[in-house]
Structures are given as C-alpha cells and as structure tokens.
Design a protein around this ligand. Sequence first.
Ligand code: WT7
Length: 637
Amino acid sequence: MAYPYQIKSLEEYQENYKQSVMDPEGFWANVADHFYWRRKWDKVLEWNFKDPDVKWFTGGKLNITENCLDRHLGTLGNRPAIIWEPNDPEERHRVITYRDLYNKVCQFANVLKNNGVKKGDRICIYMGMIPELAIAVLACARIGAIHSVVFGGFSAQSIADRIQDAQASLVITCDGAFRGNKDIPLKSVIDDALMGCPSVKKVIVCTRTRTPVSMIKGRDLWWEDEIKQVETMGNPPCSAEEMDAEDMLFILYTSGSTGKPKGVVHTCGGYMVYANYTFVNTFQYQPGEVYFCTADVGWITGHSYIIYGPLSAGATTLMFEGVPTYPDAGRLWSIVDKYRVNILYTAPTAIRSLMGYGLGPVNHKDLSSLKKLGSVGEPINEEAWHWFKDHIGKGRCPIVDTWWQTETGGIMITPIAGVTKEKPGYATLPLPGIQPILVDENGKEVTGNNVNGNLCIKFPWPGMLRTTYGDHERCRTTYFATYENLYFTGDGCLRDEDGYYRITGRVDDVLNVSGHRIGTAEVENAINMHAGVVESAVVGYPHDIKGQGIYAYVITERQTHDPELTKKDILQTVSRIIGPIAKPDKIQFVSGLPKTRSGKIMRRILRKIAEGELDNLGDTSTLLDPVVVDEIKKGRL
Ligand code: WT7
C-alpha cells in the first residue's frame, strides 16, 4: 500500500484517534517513520504552551525536498508532478514530471547558491501562479533558505513591510502575472517596495508576461540568464542541505487583530509530516489521481496542499494560473474535464460566485472523473454545499469541509473523504492527533454536546506554528496567553448533539473576505493614512458572495468635501497600503463614533448596524455621546 498510515474505515479512524490521544508520540513516530530522514529523531516531542516551546522530532535530520522529489525518482520519475494550466485556455499547458521538477529545482537552487544565498537566509517570493513559483519555493527549501511567499495581490507597501520584518536578502519575482483579463506588473510593484528595503541585494526576475520592466544594474537579474549560467557549468547536481527537524522552513505573513501582520513560522520536520498526513488522509489520495487545489501559493493552502502535501505524497498536483470566471464562469469545470481531475479543493466564495451563473457553464462539461470534493477558508453555507454536492459532484462525491489556519500548517477538523460522515455546514470531527476543546470567556471548559464556545486546541500537533518571526512574545500573547495551556484559534465554534464541530467564524477583530484574512485594524490604519480622514472604524457584515464584506465608518476633516471623490481616494489609499483585497465594500461618513467614556470604540454597536440589526443594539447609555448612534443608524448604507 502506498500510504500505510491512510485511514480506510470509520473503525480505523476511531482506533487511530484514540491511540493518537493516548500515545501521541507513538502515533506520530509511526507516521514519521514513512519519510526519508537523513538521521532519525532522538525525541518525538518536547513541549510547553506557556513559553510556548514546541519541538517535534528533535535531533532528526532531513530535507523536505528529498521527500518531495528525490525519493520518488526511482518509482515515479515519469509521473506528472505538476500539471500547469495557463490563464489563457488557448495557451499550451505544461506537464512537469517528478524527474523534470527535480532537475529544475536543483538548477534553480544552484542559481540561488551562485547568488550567495545560504542556509537560513530569508527569500521573498512574489510571483504569479506559474510552475517557476513552485520551483522557487522548493529551491529555497533545497538549500535551507527560508521562503516568505507574498500573495501577488498585495501592494508595494505590504511587501516592503514583510521584507523588512524578515530582513530578506533576495527577492524572486516575475515581470508580470496574468490573472483573468488583468496583467499585474509584479516587477514594478517590487521596484516600489524595494525603495525602503536595504536588506535586499538581488532580485531575480522570471519572464512571464513580457511587460516592459526596468532592470537595476547590479541588483536585478533575469531568471533565464541565471539558468543559462548553471547550464554552462554543466548543470551540476545540487545536494540537499541537511536540515534539523526544527530548523525554519518558511515564514508566511498573516493578519491578526493588530495593525501589523505577523510572520507565522513553520519548521521542517513536523510541517512535512503533518502536511503529508493530512493530505493523504483527508482526500484519501490514491496513486495516479489528479488533484486540483484552486488556492494561490501565496496562502497557506497553496503551501500545504498545492506544493508540500501532494508532492511529498508523490501525487499529481494541478496548478492553475487564472481565476474561476475567466474567460467564463465554466473555467474550473473545463479544467476538470480537460485533465480528468479526480479531487477538487476550492473555496466557498468561489462556489457561491459560480452558483450565481446558473447551470449553463456546468452543463456539457464532463465531470465524471470527480471522486472527492473539498472546501476551505471560511464557513460554507448549506446552499453552496448542496450546489457543490449535487451539480459538481453529481451526488456521488463526498465533500470535505476542512477547517484549519495558517498557524496550524494543515487541516485540523474535517471529514475524511468517504470514510467518516459529512454534514453540510460542519467541519465535523478532528483528525487523529488533534484535540479540540471549547472554552467560555473565562477559559472554563465547555463540556458535553450541543454547546458553543471559543475553539482551542489542548495538545501540540506536528504542523503547528513554532513562533512569529522576530517576535516570540507576540506568538505567546496572540495564541497562548488568552487561555492557560491552550492554543487559541480565534474562532467561535458549535459542538452539536453528535459531537460534530461547526466553525461559526472569528471572535476577534479579524475579517474573512472571500477566504482572505484581513485585520480590521489594518484596514483602519490604511484608511487613516488618507489626508482628509480623522478617524475610522471597520467591521465586517454578511456578504452573499464574499462571506464577509468590509464596512468602514469614517470621520473626515471637513464636511464640505465631495463624498464620492473622497470615497474613491480612500479606496485608492487602501489599495496602495494593503492591496485591492482590503478595499471596503461600504464607506459611511459619520460625524462621530460610539465610544465608551474611556474612549474605546464600541465595535459591537457598529457591527450590529452594519448587519442591519438596528433594534437590537444593547445598552448604549454608557456611551460618551449616545446621539451619534442615531445619526449612524440613519445614514446606514
Ligand atoms: C481562518 C484561517 C485554512 C486555510 C485558508 C485560510 C476560517 C478556514 C474554515 C472552514 C469555517 C474556516 C477560520 C480560520 N476558516 N477554514 N472550513 N470553516 N471557517 O487560512 O487565512 O489562516 O484563515 O479561516 O476563521 O480561523 P487563514
């Protein structure tokens, strides 16, 4: 059997789960045994959640790329590792076998070495969804450089913040990226970002769109020229750097309730084992199946379930450059048809948006290859769940609603496709090794079923974050200080009468807009940068397609302004500071904000107004200026 740790029945799930709680070290050692380690670990787990200090497989030596590439060459060398579908359906697709990928990763790893990159250096990757992005990621891992991928939709300012925080020495980018009918000038964004980033010594630019770019002498290099140089050296092999299990593999920035995104750190050994285990089990991957995850590699889903999980399992992973609605709303279904996709993993926001186009784009597409469906990133509403089930899966395919986070490294609570029961709107049950617990505001455990609480995890798992880059204290206060001895997820959760978990959404000031995680404070900071803005407050509200929309209440300097123009300017400012994904859907100009006597903004009231719950605002008598609430209610958009 290809994956001896693949759970095949409900009984086996129950047994595995029990064992994973009774003897977590034994359980994970059994899984980890099926990987290629240069040296086996001395100790499976050392931990405390107080500092926090979590170490898995200490003393173990490995390189994740030897597990994703080298170890498959003998048996799977000619099997497609990556199938790449371009943005334009008329352009030729690419199939990259495991052997091709191995060669390309070694080649580019040598490029990095030729440019002075060493183990431990931080490399910022800002590229579109082309195979070279996966190659760049793996090449970093090959030589022990720490990658920090930044999503192609982030602004120059956001990139600069991330580069400075990580003190990255090299940037890998493209001239541009194709996304739908847009051509995003990535290199020019990088040029703007780098004005304030003295740590960056080199930029490697991969050709994709042929958009004109300005190359800075001594700093900027073409990917293709650098590859030629390695070829003239006779394409020497690139042996993998021997990494400690707890050496950093990557940093991925994510938003929290404060203004500044934090660099979530994942390490080599535990992350590898967890990404692989969760991939193989959740999707019940079978050798030869074609697996398609529609996420972007700029998010954790792309890291774990386009690159590391599937490739470490020797799977065929389909990478799509474009968007689900280009050239039409049938694009995903055409891709499924074209490549006989067996597993499709996508986001509720995509399903909801495609649902809106009716069945026209689905009809006449052959979806009979599909065996398993997955959903990730936000709660999936029942209507979208059923549409996915009936019209895409034709009632034949299990749907796995996978709950997890950037910080968890991999899937935590989910059905196991075709093995455990599913329930619309529910992530259902924890995977083996995951011990969820619900607590009330005071941190007291909420026991029994049919209960609500804040979702925490009470025992470490191999894929969990180890720190936030450069600021361990922030990691402690954000995740481990709210409730003693627990990892706090920031999510609210319901456990139903059967013990199934349903994630109800964030309980902190974090929004989930189309599956993108955005902090309200971040958006407020950006809005406040605008010269005419005095103060602002941002909240989320239910949005039919995006899940949550962004509602901004803004106080401006003079009331004589042209509101439409100011709105445009504010949107432009937010785009520039964060990126287009953070643009508010609604901006309401107000003369004041509801504040407590101590000056704290009462977001609860603003949220209720944005949601349209005008009669149910609770006690407003303690406000500094209760009259302002009526004004805001009247002006509601
Ligand atoms: C937040 C994490 C997990 C990778 C993509 C997002 C929400 C995620 C689900 C789900 C309900 C979900 C949570 C979580 N979320 N998956 N299946 N059902 N909510 O990663 O950007 O780190 O966001 O996304 O609120 O905390 P992320």
